[in-house]
Design a protein around this ligand. Structure first.
Ligand code: NAD
Ligand code: TYD
Length: 338
């Protein structure tokens, strides 16, 4: 029996990861530390809060006393750090909180992980730390970091701290850098659920700029299996890129959603672009495929169908998350893009 500390486990990817671990690895206990920001939602863990292998704790990764207490109390063997501010557009409006959580919060976790001699620290990073690609080529693990947004800059800073703790004091770490995820429980500030929600409500779909920006989409479950492989099989001190080998322009994705929902393409509205918008992300996943025998299992068409079916079947979840604060967010974020 192992006990892991998952941070940010009430967010999109964290909750999918916690669900996967509880379903597929019953020899593992998950201590789930999440402060429940606007993006964290206990409803994402519905059906699992009473699971005997799951302990949910509401708290901040920057609270050193709390984190140290949890590590002692539950004899934590590994930390998987998902907790973060994760949305690029928000980071362009309010970067401070990204530094606070993504950099300062990670630093707190690292210090305590080192002090408590944690066996493995897995930092969940992003391909966005590499910056933007032109029409050709892929990010590999040795691509230099060149983050372009406050979000990606804060994630790159955290990666560098993790690396420095490994280099200076021998903290056994891994860093994973994944491409864009999609699937159930994603907060509708991100492109795919935002477009699904707007289309369902016959609202215009705000496409930034020409809509020809390219992302390499990966179904969230496949990201979770990759993280599990890294946690259980990777040597310490290694970095793995994770991607779906599935490049699509934003317009391609949006058209697929509209077709699947039977909604008219006239809902597409080109709006003012995101400042500093990264043109293309594409991941070379050869290392994790070769060394850890990981493969994505869900095709994009299947993943989008599953995702849309999930949002259609979970209208209550969607209604709850888009009430109140979300409306204010939407008004202020999209007001000056019209
Ligand atoms: P999310 O915004 O849906 O969830 C983040 C979670 O962290 C929320 O539950 C939030 O309450 C929690 N949190 C925030 N600040 C906290 C703090 N100070 N203490 C404790 N909990 C805190 O994000 P996500 O999309 O699930 O992303 C999870 C991780 O994966 C992030 O580190 C992100 O950088 C990384 N990532 C995301 C993607 C993607 O496509 N979404 C791709 C690659 C990497
Ligand atoms: P997003 O989901 O925010 O992920 P990221 O910026 O981290 O890749 O955006 C994905 C792509 O969709 C990105 O090119 C920006 C674009 N986009 C829109 O065109 N309109 C929107 O309303 C949003 C949220 C994103």
């Amino acid at each position: 029996m192992r006990t892991i500390l998952v941070t940010g486990g009430a967010g999109f990817i964290g909750a999918n990861f916690v669900r996967m671990v509880l379903e597929e690895h019953p020899d593992t206990t998950v201590v789930n530390l999440d402060v429940l920001t606007y993006a964290g939602n206990i409803e994402n863990l519905k059906g699992y809060t009473a699971n005997p292998n799951h302990v949910f704790v509401r708290g901040d990764i920057g609270d050193a006393a709390l984190v140290a207490g949890l590590m002692d109390k539950y004899k934590i063997g590994a930390v998987i750090n998902f907790a973060a501010e994760s949305h690029v557009d928000r980071s362009l409006v309010e970067p401070g909180v990204f530094i606070q959580t993504n950099v300062q919060g990670t630093l707190t976790l690292l210090k305590i992980a080192l002090e408590k001699k944690i066996e493995r620290f897995v930092q969940i990073s992003t391909d966005e730390v590499y910056g933007s690609l032109g029409p050709e080529g892929f990010f590999t693990e040795s691509t230099p970091l060149a983050p372009n947004s406050p979000y990606s800059a804060s994630k790159a800073a955290a990666d560098m701290l993790v690396r420095a703790f490994g280099h200076s004091w021998g903290l056994p770490y891994n860093i994973t850098r994944c491409s864009n995820n999609y699937g159930p429980y994603q907060f509708p500030e991100k492109m795919i659920p935002l477009m699904i929600n707007n289309a369902l409500n016959n609202k215009p779909l705000p496409v930034y700029g020409d809509g020809l920006y390219v992302r390499d989409w990966l179904y969230v479950y496949d990201h979770c299996t990759a993280i599990w492989k890294v946690l259980t099989k990777a040597p310490a001190g290694t970095i793995y890129n994770i991607g779906g080998n599935n490049e699509k322009t934003n317009l391609e994705v949006i058209r697929l959603i509209l077709n699947r929902l039977g909604k008219p393409h006239s809902l597409i509205h080109h709006v003012k672009d995101r400042p500093g918008h990264d043109r293309r992300y594409a991941i070379d996943s050869a290392k994790i495929m070769k060394e850890l025998d990981w493969r994505p299992t869900v095709t994009f068409e299947e993943g989008v169908n599953r995702t849309i079916d999930w949002y259609l079947a979970n209208t209550d979840w969607l209604k709850h998350v888009v009430s109140g604060q979300y409306q204010q967010y939407y008004e202020s974020m999209y007001a000056n893009r019209r």
